[in-house]
Write a protein that binds this ligand. Structure first.
Ligand SMILES: [Zn+2]
Length: 426
């Protein structure tokens, strides 16, 4: 007797075990007329719809010939922050440069101020609401960074919120310490001292299990390659794995650094050099691309996903959800941008938001694939096939989402044509 049986599946999408590099990303197993059963949180059976008819299950779900995939994995989010920055939209439209917005106390510094001011409970409540929306969009595992505290107290506060969300929600959150995200006003002109301050936090973060990864913003005017290397080395010495915001604006060589340091991922990479792309193909670092950010910033040049895959790199996609440069947690929207702006194929896109995304955050053995014995993280999509989601952009196509075999979200019917009577429920 299984707990749940999803039958009558039109297409069951089964990414191969990864990380998938280059040509391997172009393959994706798509099986038709299938069924899948879970038991005690794990995938217990996968077979044809015909075979499923003789199985017994506590709950049977009719997929109505729609599409079933592994739960999506979002490997780059800035989930926890205070405040919001909708007022900056008009400034941006008026052509006010970002540095001027920053001077007026806006930009990332206003988020830092709001994050420092909010209590841990308030940050938790806000992120909790967001997390529910993230699950509603088909994501069952995600990474969440700190980086809006920029001092000991507020950085640890953000990390504690992520830890609590991981413990108290059904989703899996992977925590990343991004203390060196920007230079706070009180350290203006004293970048070295600030970096040292962040490095001094590492032993405490490691000892208390507040993060599994560290990350640094390596960019002109923020942190240099040398500073990034030092921070990554200090992290690794304490058993923390590394990530880097690399080559987003200028080709500083953050991609090359990531591969040479054995970083789990190098993220952004819009300006990655030819050599950096070659290094990705040779190394184990996953390229996490964030086309939503390029789109939201109104830029024309996207990361060269096509070249990276064709040369042999492992590519993953993420939202980069944050209050300044990418205000969406809809990974399905990112899948459309990957198709439209980076010329990725639907098969490559699915591999990028499942198996490769899981590898970018050290969850390759538990998330991103479906096979017997693996965690039952599953999404039933209201779409006829896997090509449909990149095509029909910006909608939420998720119909039901299971995390470890438990339903965490389900689309309820709208009442546009039949308003329920009192007591009828909805
Ligand atoms: Zn980011």
């Amino acid at each position: 007797m299984y707990d749940t049986l999803i039958e009558n599946i039109g297409q069951l999408i089964l990414p191969a075990e990864g990380p998938l590099k280059g040509d391997a990303m172009k393959q994706l197993e798509v099986k038709e007329n299938m069924a899948i059963a879970f038991h005690e949180g794990k995938v217990a059976w996968i077979g044809t719809n015909e075979e499923a008819q003789k199985l017994k299950a506590s709950e049977r779900v009719d997929a109505m010939e729609k599409t079933v995939t592994p739960g999506l994995v979002d490997p780059h989010t800035h989930l926890v922050f205070g405040g919001s920055r909708e007022n900056e939209l008009a400034l941006k439209q008026a052509g006010v440069p970002y540095l001027e917005i920053l001077k007026q106390g806006g930009g990332i510094l206003s988020t830092v101020e709001a994050t420092r001011a909010e209590s841990e409970d308030d940050l938790y409540e806000k992120a909790k609401q967001t997390l529910e929306q993230i699950a509603a969009h088909g994501v069952t595992t995600l990474e969440a960074k700190s980086g809006y505290g920029l001092d000991r107290e507020a950085e640890l506060k953000q990390l504690r919120v992520v830890k609590r969300l991981n413990e108290e929600s059904l989703l899996d959150l992977v925590s990343t310490f991004l203390g060196p995200h920007a230079i706070p006003p009180e350290y203006k002109g004293k970048e070295e001292a600030f970096l040292e301050e962040m490095i001094r936090l590492l032993p405490e973060i490691s000892a208390e299990g507040l993060a599994e990864f560290t990350d640094i913003f390596c960019e002109t005017g923020v942190f240099t390659i040398e500073q990034s290397r030092r921070f990554m080395k200090a992290s690794q010495e304490l058993g923390l794995q590394t990530k880097i915001h690399a080559d987003e604006i200028d080709p500083l060589g953050g991609t090359e650094l990531a591969v040479s340091m054995g970083a789990a991922s190098a993220d952004h990479l819009v300006a990655a050099s030819e050599e950096g792309i070659d290094n990705l193909a040779e190394g184990d670092t996953v390229a996490v691309l964030l086309p939503g950010t390029t789109f939201y910033l109104g830029k024309d040049h996207y990361a060269k996903a096509r070249k990276m895959i064709d040369r042999g790199a492992a590519v993953a996609l993420a939202t980069d959800f944050n209050p300044g440069s990418c205000v969406t947690y809809n990974l399905q929207m990112i899948m459309s941008l990957a198709a439209l702006k980076m010329k990725m194929t639907p098969k490559e896109i699915w591999n990028s938001v499942t198996v490769n995304a899981a590898h970018a955050i050290g969850r390759g053995d538990v998330a991103g694939c479906l096979s017997v014995g693996r965690t039952a993280d599953v999404v039933l999509w209201d779409v006829p096939n896997y090509k449909y989601i990149p095509y029909h952009y910006a909608a939420n196509h998720a119909k039901a989402v299971w995390k470890s075999g438990r339903k965490v979200w389900e689309r309820r019917g709208a009442h546009v044509f039949s308003v329920p009577q009192p007591g009828q429920g909805c």
